[in-house]
Design a protein around this ligand. Sequence first.
Ligand code: ADP
Ligand code: MG
Length: 692
Amino acid sequence: MPCGAFAATVGALQNDCSIMDFAKLTAAQQARLAKLGIQRPLDLVLHLPLRYEDQTQLYPLAEAPLGGAALVEGEVTSCEVTFKPRKQLVARVKDDTGSVMVRLLNFYPSQAQQLAVGKRVRLYGEIRRGYFGPEMVHPKIRVGGEVSLQDALSPVYPTTAGLAQHQLAGLIAKALASTPLPDTLPAPLLHELGLPDFASSVKLLHHPTPDIPQILLTARTHPAWRRLKFDELLAQQLSLRLARAIRRERTAPVIAPSGALAAQLVGNLPFGLTGAQKKVLLEITQDLQQSHPMQRLLQGDVGAGKTIVAAVAACQAIEAGYQVAMLAPTEILAEQHYQKLSQWLSPLGVRVIWLTGSLKAKEKRAALAAAEDGSGQLLVGTHAIFQASVTLHRLGLAIVDEQHRFGVAQRLALREKGGSPHQLMMSATPIPRTLAMSFYADLDVSIIDELPPGRTPIVTKLVSDARRDEIITRIAAKVAEGRQVYWVCPLIEESETLQLQTAVDTHAQLVEELPGIAVGLLHGRMKPDEKANTMAAFARNELQVLVATTVIEVGVDVPNASLMVIEHAERMGLSQLHQLRGRVGRGAHASLCILLYTGPLGDTAKARLKVIYEHTDGFEIARQDLQIRGPGELAGVRQSGVPMLRFADLEADADLLEEARATAEDILAHQPALAQPHLDRWLPGREALLRV
Ligand code: ADP
Ligand code: MG
């Protein structure tokens, strides 16, 4: 069958949902299924078990493995309700070989009846060593022997409140039996990849036969698992590649390399660009000359010098007669960019406009007018720039700083602002290779892999908060040397108010403990201009110590600050700690980051603090973060708009990822008709995202 016809058949079969009618389910059932991401019969098929119960063989009681789950059968020889230490039902079940104690801590009368003396019962559950010999606590109980044994392992599915395991299992079994499961990949390709076919793979995973070692199933290394993980990764690769192809068909302004403006900017700097900065600028310059929009991610560890790269790129677009938008996730950061960029570019005659939600009405009107008539050449701001009221005259380049803070919606909004501008996204959150290959496969990536010269590495210390006094002494000494200090207050996720209170208290305390030293306070609830004033005062060294909530996490740049104290560091994530720590070590002074923790530490907190203590390289930290937390939690992935992976694990399945990547490329080049049916199966309804 030619590839096109094959694909058409698959597509037609998949869309035929009449076989198991979803509409027949009650609204409540549908809502519960939707919570599990199940909207079609096919989603039920793809809802795979978490683990399995083995009720395929019956153990004689004497041989049942202790510490594991097993199916046993016997006669109830005693049953009583005891009240010590609390009310419970205790029964003894015997077979020819031995006996087991059954305990129910909470029970219904019907359960007590099941365990009436003389009854034959089948029990399934974990058998452990108890005080009176082997015991089972709350086993599954079925009355009567004789029932034939199951011939496959029983699946245990992830479920949600109100949807009982057996109901879900029933729906899945029905879907499995009635949904056509044609393969989306042709047999020769599967043969080449050494993967089994789709239908038998899912069937096997729902109802594996007892001869399959459970470890292959739980470790997800069985070929059937590999097939599903491959399919999932392939769908992700195909969708990203298609998104990229669609973008390539749009037209963006062709921007010739800047002559005078960029050269002037660089010439005026007190430093020369690093080799890495020049390299990425070359890549950006080449992209800007293309007639399709650039989508480039500029990565560089904190302090690598991304802002000047953005400024040079902006010069090129401005010189070619286009407007540039520079967007930051917070007001503080936007303000700082505004200061820096106007300092660099205003002397060169570039009109830099400050545009945020907090502008006074009159200023705002002026800024909007300048955006609209094109006289504002570089617009710096926060999301406000995206708001419906802003019209841009001729947007040529959009620069998004700390892009992991921006969601898909904002990226979409950006496009709607002005055709298809070139996009430069900057991020200090390094993306490990496997993640870059999957979640960011639709972007081109430039990396600044070298820090500006003359930086002294940051020393990190882990200090118990019992030694807070010593820290105060150290702060006073640093300030006496002319340096400045950040004191970061703990993140309190449950309550912003509580976090604010902590910051206010800490500030008051430090004011008292550090007489003669100006201590400032910065938190998210302050008005934007108060924040800006405080930040500016700190930048001018009018404040020597800045107590701050994590609002300073991104991008703040005060080179004279060389000591950072992070309170309750154990509550913070790795990338957050790395970002925070990156606020020091920006000047030539030796810098110190003190991570204050409150013991005792849990295992994850310990692992995290160890990583941040041992490493300063953001890439290594991100890699370890990926290992500790998984990609879903890693900054940016959730917002990236790229489908999350349910089955594949980027680190463990790196080989499958490579194969999926190569296969996606091959399919799109040689058998493009295969792509859509595969995407329909794995990523239905994602057309909107493909347009980002
Ligand atoms: P980030 O990449 O974290 O955004 P910034 O752009 O804020 O870093 O740069 C950090 C600091 O390094 C700034 O003070 C900036 O002026 C300075 N800087 C940037 N490039 C160089 C360079 N090539 N040599 C010396 N200092 C530089
Ligand atoms: Mg920055």
